[in-house]
Design a protein around this ligand. Structure first.
Ligand SMILES: [Zn+2]
Length: 119
């Protein structure tokens, strides 16, 4: 029963708490949700043969106009959009931390490296 209540609450919390400073132009490619002061979830998508289109979560932590990204979006194009969305708020992306070595976590790493962002 407890799990069922969480299942019901999670979409409600996301629906009530969209990011006010990081907005996505195309939520089918990249979405942001503010989960705490200075902390956002980013969601991008991976097309898989086994499970179809899968949402992949990462996190952004912002402090004093500097951001750290935890896990890249699933590809370079979407990572470029994520970086630009952050930088458009006059926030510098200082680093990216990759959780593990699958495309759901590092598929867009090249886009970060091209901008000189350390991993
Ligand atoms: Zn993975």
């Amino acid at each position: 029963m407890k799990k069922f209540i969480y299942f019901l609450l999670i979409p409600f919390l996301f629906a009530c708490n969209p990011s006010k400073s990081l907005l996505s132009k195309n939520e089918n490619q990249l979405a942001f949700y503010k989960i705490k002061k200075n902390t956002f979830v980013h969601i991008s998508f991976l097309q898989t043969q086994t499970w179809g289109k899968v949402g992949c979560n990462g996190m952004i932590y912002i402090h004093k106009n500097q951001a750290y990204v935890f896990d890249t979006p699933t590809d370079n194009e979407t990572s470029e959009i994520l970086i630009k969305t952050i930088e458009d708020q006059n926030i510098k992306v200082k680093g990216v931390v990759v959780n593990h070595f699958h495309n759901d976590c590092l598929g867009g790493l090249e886009a970060f490296h091209k901008k000189g962002i350390k991993s």
